[in-house]
Design a protein around this ligand. Structure first.
Ligand code: CP
Ligand code: NVA
Length: 301
């Protein structure tokens, strides 16, 4: 039994196995109604806790559906409804939950909360997003890129916008999957220093996207950012919007990704989000398949 806490803390061989398993499981279900169980009920008899201290649509629904397809059961818990939100320690919560459930997925604010949960839980813990990283998302993104364009190794990926938690997991993935990652964004919103060396910086977005196989962006204000920073961030990031002019400077067959939820016509125009380069809804679907493979890997089933 293994935790899935981050991309850089999981070996390249294990990450590759998860992506390949996700593809195989997706193929095995092709054209079947979403509610039909998998032939292979590997999570039968398993109970999974899904804890959310922040809002979610994709993570919540895709984990829930994924567990059910594999024959398991879920309980979705909101941080504020739990004693965790009223002073019970993370360590005690982890030890108690481990007596009831077989797997814990948590979306939280501080990375320290995730790490403490993993330290004290005796069942596997999965990172469903923290202020610092979002590894499940990037597993789905790598899977999606490879579905459309083949191996991601050696490809050029360009991130335009805020150097946030989703970017951080892309940076970790660049090393593990051996692709080339460029960050273009304003200096005050640079990625955290721990990621130095995993990507290159090009402040000019037009230059950055030259030769790009994949252009990625994300919301300009993340869930953990104060709303008071909204106007300043918008002013800093406006020049990094992914629009038709910018995409025209990438490769002709470049893909566009966004983890969603998006603020249409801020970080990316609707023309791009709904246009021929965009694979945003394939990314969203692949959260389901990638996370099913992650859960199997965690539980060794
Ligand atoms: N991309 C993503 O994690 O979406 P949710 O916030 O809806 O879960
Ligand atoms: N960067 C965004 C991702 C949402 C899935 C956030 O943390 O709010």
């Amino acid at each position: 039994m293994t935790d899935f806490l981050d991309i850089h803390t999981t070996s390249p061989a294990d990450l590759r196995k998860i992506i390949d398993d996700a593809q195989a499981m997706k193929q095995a279900r092709a054209d079947r109604p979403k509610g039909t169980p998998d032939d292979d009920q590997v999570l039968a008899g398993h109970m999974v806790a899904l804890i959310f201290e922040k809002p979610s649509t994709r993570t919540r629904v895709s984990f829930d559906v994924g567990v059910r397809q594999m024959g398991g059961q879920t309980m979705v818990l909101s941080g504020t409804d739990m004693q965790l939100g009223h002073g019970e320690t993370i360590a005690d919560t982890a030890r108690v939950l481990s007596r009831y459930v077989d797997l814990i997925m948590i979306r939280t604010f501080e990375e320290a909360t995730l790490l403490e949960m993993a330290e004290y839980a005796t069942v596997p813990v999965i990172n469903g997003l923290t202020n610092r990283t979002h590894p499940c998302q990037i597993m789905a993104d790598v899977m999606t890129f490879e579905e459309f364009r083949g191996p991601i190794k050696g490809k050029k990926v360009v991130w335009s916008g805020d150097g946030n938690n989703v970017f951080a997991s892309f940076a970790h993935a660049a090393k593990q999957f051996e692709f080339d990652l460029t960050f273009t964004g304003p200096e005050p919103l640079d990625p955290e220093r721990s990621l130095d060396g995993l990507y290159t910086i090009e402040r000019n977005p037009d230059k950055a996207v030259e030769g790009a196989d994949l252009v990625v962006t994300d919301t300009w204000v993340s869930m953990h950012d104060p709303q008071s920073a909204r106007e300043r961030r918008h002013n800093q990031l406006r020049g990094y919007q992914v629009n038709a002019d910018l995409m025209a400077k990438a490769k002709d067959d470049s893909l566009f990704m966004h983890c969603l939820p998006a603020h249409r016509d801020d970080e990316a125009t609707s023309e791009i989000m709904d246009g021929p380069h965009s694979v945003i809804f394939d990314e969203a679907e692949n959260r389901l398949h990638a996370q099913k493979a992650i859960m199997r890997w965690c539980l060794g089933v």
